[in-house]
Design a protein. Structure first.
Length: 117
């Protein structure tokens, strides 16, 4: 059974930084692309960033481009989301997910990020 556990969320002021971590267990981590999603209250869940199995290719949504960076450490079975220059509109619950063949199949429980102005 795949387990994904996020950590690192919390509160920050606008312009500040947070680093999210997602520790994976129960599957061969380096065989799976990973993604970070977020869902703000009253809004649909959106893909924030994704990374391929070895980290060679990343995607970052336009809304966070230049501010957020996704990375992974396959030796530690962990994927990270470095969030800089935070804005109040970044407030959301952030989820990491593991991508199967066609879609993201496994999800963490989420971690709350709150950015105050």
């Amino acid at each position: 059974q795949v387990q994904l556990v996020e950590s690192g969320g919390g509160s920050a002021q606008a312009g500040g930084s947070l680093r999210l971590s997602c520790a994976a267990a129960g599957h061969t981590f380096n065989r799976y692309a990973m993604g970070w999603f977020r869902q703000a209250q009253g809004k649909e869940r959106e893909l924030v960033a994704s990374i391929t199995t070895r980290g060679g290719t990343t995607y970052v949504a336009d809304s966070v481009k230049g501010r957020f960076t996704i990375s992974r450490d396959n030796a530690k079975n962990t994927v990270f989301l470095q969030m800089d220059s935070l804005k109040p509109e970044d407030t959301a619950v952030y989820y990491c997910a593991s991508r199967g063949i066609h879609e993201y199949d496994d999800w963490g429980q989420g971690t709350q990020v709150t950015v105050s102005s």
